[in-house]
Design a protein around this ligand. Structure first.
Ligand SMILES: Cc1cc2nc3c(=O)[nH]c(=O)nc-3n(C[C@H](O)[C@H](O)[C@H](O)COP(=O)(O)OP(=O)(O)OC[C@H]3O[C@@H](n4cnc5c(N)ncnc54)[C@H](O)[C@@H]3O)c2cc1C
Ligand code: FES
Length: 279
């Protein structure tokens, strides 16, 4: 291997990529559609993340939000919270970013085949779940029932409105949604996401629950899945931790012996339920 080839395959060396489309999803979240300058596909699994860098500003881990079935480009949905993410929001088509990855263990797509899947998405948790939901919808005959429960704080904070509109009408899936607080015009369910569980009937042995949301949601959503009879090893979560290297070297994301960036971010609940501070 030449020195140039070694450099190009380095885990630490970002690949150059171009923003090809942006879309303001909500006040706080913006979608970035990105193409690698090499012309290659990202080659990710649903649930994996990339490290996105902006020259002179920094780097942040962001989940890939598009399905690997989408070829030629990939999508990130970014919430503006600090230096890197606010700078990402200022980018327009044509801007260049650095991309490392994809990193981490994604959702166990092969194990999900033939199963009923109960997706539980809280707020920005829909970003990584959307990758898997769209993958499953694109390979619909490989899977059993597809149920999606989505909760946002308010109607204005709902992400991916066009897709939500399709999911509401779709005969390929069963979709329920709720908001914590109404805006006065909202016609749907009001209440936290756990208020949707009593509305669904599932076969717990056949069902895998895939839960992604803010830290506070996990404990309650996992409990509801358990009340439905879903075994702990059929409850899948994705953990978010502070990360730097993304590749198991720096220890920033470590919880005891587990490196979330490398062993996760996707885990089944049986693997992590005894891990203090994981959930
Ligand atoms: C595996 C993984 C996947 C992620 N996927 C996404 C995604 O798809 N979309 C998205 O918008 N964000 C995602 N994040 C969170 C994102 O990485 C952070 O918001 C980002 O690193 C913040 O960087 P910053 O420079 O903009 O903010 P900073 O300037 O570093 O911090 C600004 C504020 O945000 C807080 N903060 C910083 N990092 C985090 C963090 N990791 N979690 C919570 N609070 C933090 C700080 O305490 C501070 O209050 C993900 C994180 C991980 C670990
Ligand atoms: S982010 Fe460096 S070890 Fe996980």
């Amino acid at each position: 291997m030449t020195a140039v080839e070694v450099q190009q395959t380095s885990l630490y060396l970002p690949s150059l990529a171009e923003i090809v489309r942006t879309e303001q999803l909500t006040k706080m979240e913006k979608l970035l559609e990105i193409k690698l300058k090499s012309g290659q596909d990202l080659g990710h699994q649903p649930g994996q993340f990339v490290e996105v860098s902006l020259f002179g500003i920094g780097e942040a881990p962001i989940s890939v939000s598009s399905s690997p079935t989408k070829k030629g480009s990939f999508e990130l949905a970014v919430r503006a919270v600090g230096n890197v993410t606010k700078a990402l929001h200022r980018l327009e088509p044509g801007a260049l970013v650095g991309i490392r990855g994809p990193f981490g263990k994604g959702f166990p797509v092969e194990e999900l085949k033939g199963k009923d899947i109960l997706f539980v998405a809280g707020g920005i948790g829909l970003v990584p779940l959307r990758s898997l939901i769209n993958y499953v919808l694109d390979r619909r005959s490989d899977f059993g029932r597809v149920l999606v429960l989505f909760g946002a704080k308010t109607p204005a904070e709902q992400l991916f409105l066009k897709e939500l509109a399709q999911w509401r009408e779709s005969k390929n899936m069963e979709y329920w949604e709720t908001v914590d607080r109404t805006d006065g015009q909202w016609q749907g369910n009001v209440g936290v996401i756990t208020t949707l569980f009593p509305k669904i009937t599932i076969d717990p042995q056949k069902t895998v629950a895939v839960i992604v949301g803010p830290p506070i949601m996990y404990r309650f959503a996992i409990l509801e899945a358990q009340v439905k009879g879903i075994p702990d090893d059929q409850i899948i979560v994705s953990l978010e931790r502070r990360m730097k290297c993304g590749v198991g070297k720096c220890g920033h994301c470590q919880i005891n012996q587990v490196y979330v960036c490398q062993d996760g971010p996707v885990f089944n609940y049986a693997q992590i339920k005894d891990l203090k501070e994981a959930i």
